[in-house]
Design a protein around this ligand. Structure first.
Ligand SMILES: *[C@@H]1O[C@H](CO)[C@@H](O)[C@H](O)[C@H]1NC(C)=O
Ligand SMILES: *[C@@H]1O[C@H](CO)[C@@H](O)[C@H](O)[C@H]1NC(C)=O
Ligand SMILES: *[C@@H]1O[C@H](CO)[C@@H](O)[C@H](O)[C@H]1NC(C)=O
Ligand SMILES: *[C@@H]1O[C@H](CO)[C@@H](O)[C@H](O)[C@H]1NC(C)=O
Ligand SMILES: *[C@@H]1O[C@H](CO)[C@@H](O)[C@H](O)[C@H]1NC(C)=O
Ligand SMILES: *[C@@H]1O[C@H](CO)[C@@H](O)[C@H](O)[C@H]1NC(C)=O
Length: 460
């Protein structure tokens, strides 16, 4: 597929304040500050009407499977006559700009969630409001957020359903939509922001964007964070109780999209139109969430100041408190509400299921004279799959210590054996006969070290 890139620059001029629009059931929306005319958000405009956007709520349960039911808070008998059960928890999935809730990842997410949990899963569709310009979609999410809040209020009214049973999951503009719903309804159990949109939200007051006050617990995955000078579609700043920055949060392995660099003076110039720059990176956030449902321990986030510091091993292994799991099981972290503005880092693989388990490998060579060679580690799982990682290459010398952090694509629990590979000509006598080396592997999760019972194999 050829991806055309349209870049529309909105040179942000002053704003005419004081306009307002009111919609039946939902109330009035103004473009007074902070909705426009504040730093980072010099746009003007008001949201379209709910009718114009044709928002819909589609229910998936274990009873419906793919035969979902469209339910509506306007005619609440559609909810009462559906498979919605007030005895279950409810997740709402909200898509972003230029997307849809009728098919694709939103529906797949509901179906996968139902495999692990007996919930009501509601796919929120607002594609009519999300398909115009980016700026119009930014304005429209205020009405979508109000509609989600109205839906929840209706559940409260007809079932005395508690917001503590509700989890809102939103991608991109959908993340801020969830924030807007949470601002209107106190006590929502959880909001998950999947790469919350950056343009017109980064640096704005909390009421405009997703923030930790929008739910009892807010977790965020940043996958295309605009981190100057790289531009991105996501926010760089923390915006929840737990903010995860996989692979540093801006550029995702396996994605080849072009991420333009911008000059400081252009920073306020927003890109957007039908086709999205950096869409692969931006979408990884919901792909990671999806896979985390199946691979909970493969997404541990390490608390660290910067990605660079994480990469160099400063924040390894997890402390006594443990590390939170990015994605679906983030709410299992006991210390999840202890702080805000804490960043959590991890590396993922380039391909699904993306999960990795970080391990520190420590090797001390002895009895080796200075010579050139390679040492690799091969992990074997119980099903016969292998993954190979380089530990050292180039000049290897006696008593040198090699420390390497590996993000291994095989769960330690399924690791059958670990094998060393080295250049035969160099090591055969030294390694195999003397056995005087130190080798140990530390697991990130609990910091426990082990000396692997190594099976060694030489490169012929
Ligand atoms: C609006 O949504 C409903 C329910 O999803 C659908 O049946 C209808 O065709 C939609 N109308 C338009 C104009 O898209
Ligand atoms: C729903 O449809 C998808 C693809 O259309 C299919 O892969 C999946 O098995 C279906 N799930 C159920 C529960 O029927
Ligand atoms: C409300 O929904 C029910 C189905 O649950 C339908 O029979 C009824 O006609 C709807 N009422 C209105 C006013 O649309
Ligand atoms: C990022 O968040 C911190 C802490 O809330 C705040 O002080 C800072 O101004 C924010 N930066 C931007 C660009 O929003
Ligand atoms: C060691 O083996 C690797 C893999 O076969 C090879 O690429 C490398 O050049 C070898 N190094 C030496 C010094 O022979
Ligand atoms: C493993 O290596 C670490 C250094 O990374 C060291 O502190 C630890 O004592 C070693 N454990 C064993 C069992 O050798």
């Amino acid at each position: 597929m050829v991806i055309g890139i349209w870049i529309i620059a909105f040179y942000l001029l002053g704003t005419v304040a004081g306009k307002e629009v009111c919609y039946h059931r939902l109330g009035c929306f103004t473009d007074d500050p902070p909705w426009s005319g504040v730093p980072g958000r010099l746009l003007t405009g008001l949201p379209d009407s709910p009718e114009h956007m044709n928002i819909s709520f589609t229910l998936y349960t274990r009873e419906t499977g793919n035969n979902s039911q469209v339910i509506s808070a306007i005619n609440s008998s559609t909810i009462q006559n559906s498979h919605f059960s007030s005895r279950r928890k409810t997740s709402f999935i909200i898509h972003g700009f230029g997307s849809t809730g009728k098919k694709g990842w939103v529906v797949e997410m509901c179906l996968l969630l139902l495999e692990v949990e007996n919930i009501n899963c509601i796919a929120v569709d607002w594609h009519e409001g999300a398909k115009g310009t980016y700026v119009s979609a930014v304005n429209n999410i205020r009405v979508i957020g109000a509609e989600v809040a109205y839906f929840i209020k209706t559940l409260q009214k007809i079932f005395r359903y508690s917001p503590r049973e509700i989890h809102l999951i939103g991608h991109s503009l959908g993340a801020h939509t969830a924030g807007e719903a949470g601002r209107r309804i106190q006590g929502i159990r959880r909001i998950t922001g999947l790469d919350p949109a950056g343009p017109y939200f980064e640096g704005t007051p909390p009421e405009v964007r997703l923030d930790p006050s929008d739910a009892d617990f807010v977790d965020v995955i940043h996958s295309n964070a605009a981190h100057f000078p790289a531009i991105g579609l996501g926010m760089y700043n923390t915006t929840g109780h737990l903010d995860f920055y996989p692979n540093g949060g801006t550029v995702m392995p396996g994605c080849t999209d072009f991420i333009p660099e911008m000059k400081q003076s252009d920073f306020e110039v927003i890109i957007a139109d039908a086709t999205i720059v950096g869409g692969c990176h931006h979408s990884r956030s919901h792909e990671f969430y999806f896979e985390s449902i199946l691979y909970p321990t493969g997404y541990l986030g390490y608390p660290c100041e910067t990605y660079k510091s994480f990469e160099s091993g400063d924040c390894f292994p997890c402390s006594q408190e443990g590390c939170p799991m990015m994605g679906h099981y983030a709410d299992r972290f006991p210390a999840k509400l202890k702080r805000v503005n804490q960043k959590y880092f991890l590396n993922t693989a380039a391909d699904p299921p993306f999960a990795t388990w970080r391990q520190k490998v420590f090797i001390k060579l002895s009895g080796v004279k200075k010579m050139r060679g390679d040492i690799n580690l091969v992990f074997h799982d119980t099903e016969g799959n292998t993954k190979e990682y380089e530990i050292a290459s180039g000049v290897l010398s006696q008593d040198q210590v090699y420390t390497k952090y590996l993000d291994v694509e095989i769960n330690p629990q399924n690791t059958k054996k670990i094998e060393f590979l080295w250049n035969k000509t160099i090591f055969t006598l030294l390694w195999a006969r003397l056995g005087a080396e130190t080798v140990n592997i530390t697991h990130g999760e609990d910091g426990h070290s082990l000396i692997p019972r190594c099976i060694t194999r030489s490169i012929v």
